[in-house]
Design a protein around this ligand. Structure first.
Ligand SMILES: CC(C)=CCC/C(C)=C/CC/C(C)=C/COP(=O)(O)OP(=O)(O)O
Length: 306
């Protein structure tokens, strides 16, 4: 197994290697683990964002491009990649990671895909409760943000279980947004505020941005520093619209454009170029560099569409 600072939850295998043989069979992959370790050491010297948001996109396009039998396989690979990315973020000292796992709009997708995603969510919630290296290693507190009542009952129960099991953990926080949209979050916040007024706990004149923010699902997390979207799309897709006020927005495809030739032929010269750039890191480039880094060994988060 190639040496790496970032072993996945299963110590005995490298899921990314197994999952994407077409991309990761060459000696470049072996090198990539060395390079990744080196880059992480460099990154650790620089400013580390407190709160990162991820819009995980491009899973189905990736599955189609790879000619997988079913598009949902792209989602499975997406989850594997997510674990790797989380490992890297938490290792670097990022305090909160918020991921867009399922939009309320996603319920309009074909039933079979929705059912598979719900089953995946349930399985992963239970895994996070029971045998998660990620939770143990980083004393991770998992929060489920969104309109939980829209989830099937068994998924709601699994969500509640993972929240209850990890709620006293004081390390980092993982916010999993499922099923979520910003408009729904803001609507729910406004309803809570109105309820407080109706109950006589507050006057209309007391309502301000701070009060509305206190009723958002993300309350308690530090300001969002960076929102990252994979796959090349630049839309926000109704994610963290309130919270993004002062954030940087990163589109991984743009940041990784130097990989655009052929994903499976990422040559090491390009990586060297990145290391050189890392010598002149400022806040912003550290962050962009982080994105390049985390997308490096496994293509799922960076779905290589043209
Ligand atoms: C713990 C937990 C809840 C995990 C969630 C698992 C997971 C990988 C969710 C992502 C689902 C999703 C709608 C991705 C977007 O890609 P897309 O389907 O929109 O891809 P496309 O843009 O290529 O169509």
């Amino acid at each position: 197994m190639p040496p790496s600072d970032f072993t996945d939850t299963n110590q005995n295998e490298t899921p990314s290697l197994k999952a994407a043989p077409n991309f990761l069979t060459s000696p470049v992959n072996y090198m990539s683990h060395h390079v990744q370790s080196l880059l992480l050491k460099i990154l650790k010297q620089g400013p580390i964002p407190q709160h990162l948001g991820f819009i995980m996109d491009g899973n189905r396009r990736f599955a189609r491009k790879m000619n997988y039998k079913q598009v949902v396989e792209g989602h499975f690979m997406g989850y594997d990649k997510l674990q790797e990315v989380l490992n890297i973020c938490l290792h670097l000292g990022v305090k909160v990671v918020t991921i867009y796992a399922f939009s309320i709009e996603n319920f309009k997708r074909p039933k079979e895909e929705v059912d598979t995603l719900m089953e995946l969510a349930k399985t992963k919630f239970i895994e996070l409760c029971e045998k998660s290296d990620l939770v143990n290693k980083y004393d991770l507190c998992v929060r489920i943000l969104g309109n939980i009542a829209l989830l099937p009952i068994d998924v709601q129960e699994a969500a509640k279980k993972v929240v209850d099991t990890t709620k006293h953990n004081t390390g980092s926080i993982l916010n999993i947004c499922v099923p979520y949209t910003s408009r729904d979050e803001i609507t729910s916040s406004i309803k809570s505020v109105i309820k407080s007024v109706e109950n006589g706990h507050m006057q209309i004149r007391d309502i301000n941005e701070e009060i509305i923010e206190k009723c958002l699902y993300t309350y308690g997390s530090p300001p969002l520093n960076i929102l990252i979207r994979t796959s090349g799309e630049i839309r926000l897709s109704d994610f963290l619209l309130w919270q993004i006020r002062a954030s940087h927005y990163i589109n991984t495809k743009q940041e990784l454009s130097f990989y655009d030739k052929e994903c499976d032929l990422r040559d090491i010269d390009n990586v060297n170029e990145s290391i050189v750039n890392a010598n002149q890191l400022d806040n912003n480039s550290t962050i962009k560099f982080l994105i390049c880094l985390i997308s490096f060994p496994n293509p799922t988060m960076y779905s290589p569409m043209k």
